[in-house]
Design a protein around this ligand. Structure first.
Ligand code: ATP
Ligand code: MG
Length: 213
């Protein structure tokens, strides 16, 4: 059975992941490609319950360790119940955030043991690795400007300082540098259309190569 392509979108808050995913969804709807779009944390009954705990503003006393393990627990459930079955059916699965978010935010952002977190990622996902990851790189300045302009509710994870987000961005850049084949850095400071054009070029390339996966 042909395995579908697994694609993940990564980047700090306000880098444009959801905006780009909407554009891709429109294109995929017009194509013959069978696809599934998911976002983390969430996507199963259990994972959505965990999401509520993670986002709940009342949970201020949550320790970094608890937070890390909850993200991994939500992911483990999602991969087992949703991602593997879809890929095995040959579907393309696209996820708004995946384990690089945990490495970047909970590892680099919070100064925790990055190698250990990467092992946890592997454990939670039973070695599932995205075929292609788009990392939308953006300066903190631009990201904050966009977030301020966006009408959005703030949750527990939104109230982090700028220093945390800068460390997270640097973490993403390190992840991308250490896995150049998988992680494509896209300059997310460009216009929405320019960003999408770059993304699509990489995607077409991956779909063409996908026959060999
Ligand atoms: N290339 C762009 N140029 C200007 N504004 C943009 C661009 N891409 C997205 N935006 C705007 O910036 C805001 C943040 O974008 P978006 O919600 O897609 O980011 P995100 O990466 O999904 O953020 P989060 O991690 O918080 O979900 C939105 O208001 C969106 O319309
Ligand atoms: Mg988003």
């Amino acid at each position: 059975m042909k395995k579908g392509l697994f694609i993940t979108f990564e980047g700090i808050d306000g880098s444009g992941k959801s905006t780009q995913l909407e554009l891709l969804k429109e294109d995929l709807n017009k194509s013959k490609i069978d696809f599934l779009i998911i976002r983390e944390p969430g996507g199963t009954l259990i994972s959505e319950q965990i999401r509520q705990i993670l986002l709940d503003g009342k949970n201020q006393e949550m320790t970094p360790e608890t937070e890390l393990l909850l993200f991994e627990a939500a992911r483990a459930q999602l991969v087992d119940q949703v991602v593997f079955p879809a890929l095995n059916e040959g579907k393309m699965v696209i996820s708004d955030r995946f384990f690089d978010s945990t490495t970047a935010y909970q590892g680099f952002g919070r100064n925790k043991d990055v190698e250990f977190i990467q092992k946890l990622n592997t454990f939670a996902t039973k070695d599932l690795m995205p075929d292609l990851t788009f990392y939308f790189d953006i300066s903190l300045n631009t990201a904050l400007k966009r977030l301020n302009a966006r009408k959005h509710k703030s949750d527990r994870l939104d109230v982090e300082g700028e220093n945390f987000l800068e460390k997270t961005r640097q973490g993403y850049l390190q992840i991308a540098a250490s896995d150049k084949n998988r992680v494509k850095i896209i300059n997310a400071e460009q216009t929405v259309d320019e960003v999408y054009k770059e993304l699509k070029a990489y995607l077409i390339q991956a779909i063409e190569l996908g026959g060999n996966i």
